[in-house]
Design a protein around this ligand. Structure first.
Ligand code: PHE
Length: 342
């Protein structure tokens, strides 16, 4: 019996190795396991054996059957793989798929560009806390406790402590908290700081997100006046937006600058004529002004000796003005179809 089984397996093995076609393989199945197969004939012979030999013979045949099934399956998968490689042959001359290369987020790109432009004028980059004392965010900037001007900053309060030396803690609603901090750090001017940071306000619509970025400029030295501020803004806007994008200053009011301005950039589309996008011909960039003497004093700088200017502009807004982006919330939706365009 053992010998018969061995022979059956060997023959089957040889046959299967030669098969190159799935149809032929299906026919072989009947030959191997069907009614007239060698295996079936052997099975039938079991009943002719003496009783005590039957179980062993049964086991041998079952084992052989399993072995044959395994061989059959292996052959089948070999043929299927071969078949599919014929249908989809590998074209080794085809160009490879390139890995997609990412790039910096639009906001990071703008930050790099802004820092680079101001560095050409000698400004250096500084960073100050995103959670700061009310003193640096408001009081030191001439906005005393309970002053209604504070409402405009729509602040998120982290910890309130009205009696503490520096007041409570807030999420910085603007980067102006860096002004007095920078004066304290540098002690004696000149100061030429660009402070870039995340800011937070209770606001959300097409031109506001609760988290956004500002860049704050602070320049303090001897004999600094409004033409210096103007020249700096023109240099920035021409470098960032393009050579024909001039700025204008509109009178405004901030508690920490005197005089104060709102800085506008001429609209790229209508060149100041007034159009559907800008309405007035100008787009508002952000606030600015000459540093208030009280702020200089809060930073231990003598307003008789020194003067300076400051400005604070939103990065998302600046990007929107450059790219024509209608809804700045798109910047934070992480949609690759949008991000890929820049
Ligand atoms: N901090 C002001 C704001 O967030 C902008 C500003 C900065 C104005 C510096 C004047 C000087 O609106």
């Amino acid at each position: 019996m053992d010998k018969d089984v061995e022979k059956i397996i060997k023959e089957a093995q040889e046959k299967l190795e030669k098969i190159a076609d799935l149809k032929l393989l299906d026919q072989t199945y009947i030959e191997l396991f069907g009614k007239n197969s060698h295996l079936n004939k052997l099975t039938k012979q079991i009943s002719n054996l003496p009783k005590d030999k039957r179980p062993k013979a049964g086991q041998t045949i079952n084992k052989a059957k399993k072995q044959l099934e395994k061989l059959f399956k292996e052959t089948k998968s070999r043929l299927i793989t071969h078949h599919s490689s014929l249908i989809n042959p590998i074209d080794i001359s085809a160009p490879g798929k390139k890995d997609e290369i990412g790039h910096l987020h639009l906001v990071s790109q703008a930050i790099e560009e802004i820092v680079e432009i101001f560095s050409r004028l000698g400004f250096y980059l500084q960073s100050y806390p995103e959670i700061d004392w009310e003193w640096y965010v408001f009081e030191s900037l001439n906005m005393p406790k309970n002053h209604p001007a504070r409402d405009e900053w729509e602040t998120f309060f982290v910890k309130s402590d009205p009696h503490a030396k520096y007041g409570g803690q807030v999420l910085t609603p603007h980067t102006s908290n860096g002004q007095v901090r920078e004066m304290e750090k540098t002690k004696t001017p000149p100061i030429r700081m660009i402070n870039i940071s995340r800011c937070y306000r209770r606001q959300i619509d097409i031109s506001h997100t609760p988290m956004f970025h500002q860049f704050e400029g602070l320049l303090i030295d001897k004999n600094i006046s409004i033409p210096d501020l103007r020249g700096t803004f023109d240099f920035f806007t021409k470098s960032f937006f393009g050579p024909d994008r001039v700025t204008r200053l509109r009178p405004h009011h901030f508690r920490f600058t005197e005089p104060s301005f709102e800085v506008d950039v001429i609209c790229d589309i209508c060149k100041g004529e007034g159009c559907r996008i800008c309405k007035s011909g100008w787009l508002e960039l952000g606030g600015a002004g000459m540093v208030h003497p009280k702020v200089l004093k809060a930073g231990n700088i003598d307003p008789q000796k020194y003067s300076g200017f400051a400005f604070g502009w939103g990065i998302e807004r600046t990007i929107a003005m450059k790219t024509g982006l209608g809804d700045i919330r798109l910047l934070y939706q992480n949609d690759i179809r949008f991000l890929e365009q820049f």
